[in-house]
Ligand binder design. Structure first.
Ligand SMILES: Nc1ncnc2c1ncn2[C@@H]1O[C@H](COP(=O)(O)OP(=O)(O)OP(=O)(O)O)[C@@H](O)[C@H]1O
Ligand SMILES: [Mg+2]
Length: 305
């Protein structure tokens, strides 16, 4: 099913055609006109989103656009205050992240909940340790946990020299990758990644994007939150741009180019106004500022996320 209409800023609002099997129409998670108010602050309003297995849905937006609010609703941290939230075509209202997890919705937060001094394998099983032996002599099944963690990381193509090393000694990118592999192992169907590349350099971002693609290829539906249209476009099947709590663009990959997406993120009109303003200020060479069409070049740097 492909639906299409014009959004508030004349942007494309179109659905991604189905490519994978699942529930009816293949959709695992769906938001219909969903929103959230904190008291009288309306953080999110009228958001539509569909997450399907084997697809990456990117959610972009500037600071304060409502990205975290959106994932808090889906991950069970906050309840929506308007519209509908459905999992497998059934309306849900989670009270805790545990309930979301039970439905297969796993979230990798940016400040990863890891214990830095514990070994990699121990963090892999944190909170869900394998045990052996009957009660009351039940104890941790260390060998099995090490073996399983090693196998699972390799399955995802993540090769670490030593799983005994404290997870705190891994790079930020490697830690994100371990968290992704962990979510896959514990049966996630939907993986939410909150700005996984925001604090990373170019090379490490590339590595994380590779595992985002690996999770997608294993049939997970991925919600990828980012500021960076370049990162989004490398792996995304669908793009939603939030601005001031509303969705100003929603388009499948074949309906939008990287340039258009970048332009939306940078706010082409706002940039033109800024350029005009700066031209009034002495000493600023506005000729050196990018034209609207050059925005790709203007936002390629690492600091954009
Ligand atoms: N607990 C809260 N109470 C009141 N207002 C909130 C709360 N959480 C978020 N907001 C407001 O909701 C709006 C959206 O915030 P949100 O954190 O979802 O944005 P964001 O897109 O994640 O931004 P960033 O890129 O800075 O992380 C902001 O105006 C913010 O101030
Ligand atoms: Mg946020």
């Amino acid at each position: 099913m492909t639906t299409e209409e014009t959004g508030p800023h004349g942007a494309i609002i179109a659905d991604t055609p189905d490519t994978a099997a699942g529930g009816e129409d293949g959709v695992i998670v769906e938001l219909r006109g969903a929103g959230k108010s904190y008291g009288n602050i309306r953080a999110l309003h009228g958001v539509d989103l569909k997450v399907r297995p084997g697809q990456v849905s990117c959610v972009l937006g500037d600071n304060g656009a409502g990205k975290s609010t959106l994932i808090k609703i889906i991950s069970g941290l906050h309840r929506h205050t308007e519209g509908d939230f459905l999992v497998d075509d059934t309306p849900v209202r989670f009270s805790t992240p545990r309930e979301a997890l039970d439905k297969g919705i796993a979230t990798v937060y940016q400040d990863l909940a890891v214990v830095p001094l514990m070994p990699v394998w121990r963090n892999f099983f944190l909170g869900s340790e394998m045990t052996k032996g009957p009660w009351p002599i039940r104890r941790l099944d260390i060998e099995r946990m090490k073996k399983t963690a090693d196998h699972e990381l390799r399955e995802m193509g993540i090769v670490l020299d030593d799983l005994e090393q404290p997870i705190g000694t891994l790079s930020g990118g490697q830690r994100q990758c371990v968290a992704i592999a962990r979510a896959v192992y514990f049966g996630a169907r939907v993986l939410i990644l909150d700005e996984p590349t925001a604090a990373l350099g170019v090379k490490q971002s590339g590595v994380v994007l590779k595992y985002v693609a690996a999770a997608r290829d294993r049939g997970l539906g991925v919600i990828f939150i980012t500021h960076n249209p370049h990162h989004a476009y490398m792996v995304g099947d669908h793009f939603s741009v939030l601005r001031l709590g509303t969705m100003e663009l929603s388009a499948p990959r074949d309906r939008i180019t990287l340039e258009e997406l970048t332009n939306h993120m940078a706010g082409g009109a706002e940039l033109a106004a800024l350029k005009h303003e700066l031209s009034q200020v002495r000493g600023v060479d506005t000729e050196a500022l990018p034209e609207e069409g050059d925005l790709t070049a203007a936002t390629t740097g690492e600091g954009t996320s």
